[in-house]
Design a protein around this ligand. Sequence first.
Ligand code: PLP
Length: 361
Amino acid sequence: MSAPEPRPEIFSVASYVGGESKLAGFEEPLKLSSNEGALGAPPGAIAAMAGAAAKMHLYPDGGVAGLRAALGQKFGLDPARIVCGNGSGEILIQLIQSYAGPGDELIMSVHGFSIYEISAKISGCEVRKAAEKNLTTDVDAMLALVTPATKIVCVANPNNPTGTLLSQSEMERLRAGLPEDVLLIIDAAYAEYVEDPDYDPGVKLVDAGENTVMTRTFSKIFGMGGARLGWGYMPAAVADVLHRVRPPFPVNGFAAAAGVAALAEPGWIERGRAHNAQAKRRLSERLAQAGLDVLPSAANFVLVNFVTAERAIAADGFLKSRGIIVRRVASYGLPAFLRITIGTDEECGRVAEALTDFAHG
Ligand SMILES: *Cc1c(COP(=O)(O)O)cnc(C)c1O
């Protein structure tokens, strides 16, 4: 018997695995495994989504004009160069599949976000991974991997799962060192959490040329991961490409309505950033007091170094015995680490207490 065969590239990837959410024996485990915003979704966004339900018989606007206009106004950007999608992951996938194929190469950091690799492989594109310095993207190592086949370079800034940040001057040095026809994708999923006053999420480099894209999401500080809503800011020619490859209705009507309302929620980003800054500092301090090695993070999670994979597994098991789910990052090549999302003060307190007990034996 013969059966339909997919393209051979398909089997070069394993499907994306998100953070765990279920824990036997716990009806409502504390989930700190997917970097979901600590403060939930904006109340206005919840109300807008409920309000949109009455119009569900109507198709949404395929071009998502209302949300693009609201994003343009909120962030001071040209709406014509904004593209929205079913999560920023979808925009990343469409960019990679549009600009790279068999025979091409994509460069990413060795501990970069897994979606880049999954998407490149499905496109039949070769993935080249640059070594890092102190778990931080190394611009020189990336530039050293450039060949005539290089089509795309992907950098998450801040990066997930390491939480580390590249300075604006390093980002500019990366762009300047790349050939003009290489697309630089700056994934700024955690942009709103960054406290560094010199940080730019990617807007400056997008505006400086025709070859850089910035992606953003409503899944993190806006607390809307379940709604699946992301966007990108890019040169007009790249936006034109994405409008050709996108699904006819990339953003459903509920998510679009919720997104507009979320942007209008007064002080939401500022409150989320302030909470994250103080809760992250406190959790890091308490874990350090317990003798644990916590990496400095610019995002809404911390990466904790347990030195060996055995100890990371033991710590993960100990947390689970207390109903707490964090993220093992062995699949990112970091088997001795756990990634912990910053939750509410109470949630961070539970993690700190559990890991202190674990560290004391
Ligand atoms: C969470 C995350 C995203 C956002 O994904 P969505 O599809 O918008 O939910 C993108 N990039 C990185 C690095 C992330 O951690």
